[in-house]
Write a protein that binds this ligand. Structure first.
Ligand code: COA
Length: 628
């Protein structure tokens, strides 16, 4: 029933039986020894999850709601339903490599019918580059492409260094899912096809310029990658044969609601030429979008404008048609020095993507174009599309919807320059927990209540682990933010409450990354309930459960060496998406909201976060001084 993710064939250098399409229920084993030795994700004890669930509700639901939920939870535990579902989950955990990963991938991504653009695909904003013309753009793109191909060598040869978290090795599988893969729309559920490991793994990337897609072979016949110089020449040819600006933005179809795109997709690929062109994009190693310059904005607004360009392309008039949003990895290089990427979230989380970015940025710093004599290369193949009246109608429809989405997305990138991880470190506090408490304080100051808050936590200590959630609004965090707003409270008491709140966040982080959080366990129990075809347990139909799952603050830390920031859309209509990169001496924070919600405002929230961070530093420093 849950067979969805399909992987095609095999990776070179790994001896495994050949098969073209493989379902995720038969996840292939990585040959790496460490991968084999990774522990399996545990199913947390039922009673522990139920107790933690009730504790997590305390700051976000009313006393009456909490009392009612306590009764439902007691019934769930005593009446045998909870035990039965738990046993089902434990059975699944014994029988599968990871009881959660496939369910998570489906429920969070592949079943989701909202457009991938804005709603699920994160963007990455890289610092503004110094070029401002087409030569600079292409030189930069050529170096970026060779950097990614250099990274790919480590994947092809299984030499990617294993990452560690809290001293434990992490599952590296996600790195093997991001190149040569693409999402494909389905009538009710999408799939992700990975072409990297077939008999004939792809040797091309796709380049899109002025809405026109090209196949660019990036390997010579002897298997060596093209040089920067060669790629630059090929990009020039692409540029010169895509000067027409009146082309239909076929790629914009991929930004649609998934059911709409699913229907348009079937319609599009009825035509043989279209089908072959779509297949070439899907199979390509990755896509490079050579974007047209966007309207100029002030330096203050520049990062926010780029974040929007990464998330949606700026609208039908601008670069939204210069994408294939289903493609897992799309690097974006604008003629005006803009650069970054957008990635389709189903196969991987942000950290592996940003690790790749760090690698490529470092690679590019040492690579310059060296002109060398070379053999002439074939003209990159332009992908043709036959635009029938039906396809044309679908494109027009997609353009309209994209423009609505563009107008609805409110983005603010805050480059917080006053301090970074250094301040919490000096005061022996976890920087991540410190930023989370600033988000709590900012939200409380704006709305005078606490909301349900989600922070992604890595489960990659476990085989095929993806994420769980740290529920950042706690009894301790609510006491801290209330004290900050209470003029009767002394700073010493506020500081004590901040320290307790940070410690609680740290404890919850520890639990989450060790597989003992509650978000995914509750999801598992719920799906188990659905699969059992019995009536849904009442705890999942309860108001408290709906409140807990309504994440007004959907947050994630994605740290990197590069001075960049990841961004993503809110997960509820009246919420914020907050992604931050705490660097040693500054913090990059990307905040999104929807303009259609009157209560939310990305720039106002950014200002509240800035003030909260500054006030928290003052609290630490003033109290420390007073104690001296
Ligand atoms: N005193 C001094 N130093 C401290 C400290 C304290 N009290 N508490 C923590 N630190 C140190 C840590 O040791 C760490 O040091 P390191 O960078 O040398 O390893 C550093 O401060 C940062 O720690 P902290 O801020 O507590 O958090 P973290 O970097 O461990 O990150 C998570 C926490 C939850 C973000 C991380 O565990 C995680 O899961 N990341 C993945 C997120 C993800 O997958 N997102 C998906 C997005 S699509």
């Amino acid at each position: 029933m849950w067979t969805v993710l399909v992987r095609a064939g095999l990776r070179p250098g790994v001896v495994k039986p050949c098969r073209l399409l493989r379902s995720v229920t038969q996840i292939p084993q990585r040959s790496l020894v460490h991968q084999e030795n990774l522990p399996k994700l545990p199913v947390p004890p039922l009673k522990q999850t139920c107790e933690q669930y009730l504790t997590s509700l305390e700051p976000i639901v009313s006393k009456e709601e909490l009392e009612h939920t306590k009764e439902l939870v007691a019934e769930f535990l005593k009446g045998g339903v909870g035990e039965r579902l738990q046993k089902g989950l434990e059975r699944r955990a014994r029988k599968t490599e990871n009881w959660l990963s496939e369910w998570w991938m489906q429920s969070a991504y592949l079943d989701c019918r909202m457009p991938v653009a804005v709603y699920t695909s994160p963007g990455v904003v890289l610092p503004r580059m110094r070029f401002s013309d087409r030569q600079g753009q292409m030189r930069f793109a050529a170096r970026l492409i060779t950097g990614v191909l250099d990274f790919k060598k480590m994947i092809d040869t299984d030499t990617l260094p294993v990452e560690y978290l809290s001293g434990k090795p992490l599952c590296m599988d996600q790195y093997y899912q991001v190149l040569s893969s693409c999402r494909v729309p389905g009538p009710k559920r999408d799939t992700v096809v990975n072409h990297s490991i077939g008999k004939t793994p792809p040797s091309h990337i796709t380049v899109v310029h002025n809405f026109q897609f090209f196949v660019l072979d990036v390997y010579n016949s002897d298997g060596t990658a093209l040089t920067v110089d060669q790629i630059y020449m090929q990009l020039e040819k692409i540029w010169n044969s895509s000067l027409q600006t009146n082309k239909e933005p076929i790629g914009i179809l991929t930004s649609q609601h998934r059911n709409t795109w699913g229907k348009a997709y079937n319609n599009l690929i009825k035509d043989k030429t279209n089908k072959e062109s779509v297949r070439a994009i899907q199979k390509s190693i990755f896509t490079v979008c050579l974007d047209a310059p966007m309207p100029r904005v002030s330096d203050e607004l520049y990062q926010s404008r780029v974040a929007a360009q990464m998330l949606h392309g700026g609208g039908a008039r601008w670069n939204s048609g210069n994408r294939w949003f289903d493609k897992t990895l799309q690097f974006i290089v604008g003629e005006d020095g803009t650069c970054g990427l957008v990635y389709e979230h189903a196969p991987a989380e942000g950290p592996p993507i940003v690790f790749l970015v760090d690698y490529v940025v470092k690679y590019m710093q040492k690579t310059e174009i060296v002109r060398s004599p070379m053999v002439p290369l074939q003209m990159p193949q332009k992908l043709r599309f036959n635009i029938t009246p039906e396809v044309k109608r679908d494109i027009e429809n997609a353009k309209q919807n994209m423009n609505i989405m563009v107008h609805d997305l409110d983005v603010k990138v805050l480059m917080f320059s006053h301090f970074g991880k250094n301040v919490p470190w000096q005061h022996k506090l976890s920087p991540d927990a410190f930023v989370q408490m600033a988000l709590q304080l900012a939200y409380f100051r704006m709305y005078n209540i606490c909301c349900s808050t989600y922070e992604s936590a890595s489960l990659r200590m476990f085989k095929y682990g993806r994420t769980d959630a740290i529920l950042a609004t706690t009894i301790e965090s609510s006491k801290f933010v209330e004290a900050m707003q209470d003029p009767a409270k002394q700073n010493t008491e506020r500081l004590e409450l901040l320290q307790k709140a940070v410690q609680m966040h740290k404890d919850n982080t520890y639990k989450a990354i060790h597989g003992q959080a509650i978000e995914r366990h509750l999801l598992g129990l719920k799906i188990q309930g659905i699969n059992d075809l019995t009536s849904m347990p009442e705890i999942f139909m309860d108001t408290s459960f709906a409140v807990a799952q309504h994440y007004n603050l959907s947050t994630s830390q994605v740290g990197s060496k590069t001075d960049c920031v990841m961004c993503f859309g809110p997960v509820v209509p009246d919420g914020y998406g907050v992604c931050y990169n705490p660097m040693d001496e500054h913090i990059n924070i990307a905040i999104t909201a929807f303009n259609s919600c009157e209560e939310t405002h990305a720039a106002k929230f950014a200002q509240a976060v800035e003030e909260a961070l500054l006030d928290m530093r003052a609290l630490l420093e003033d109290t420390a001084k007073a104690e001296q």
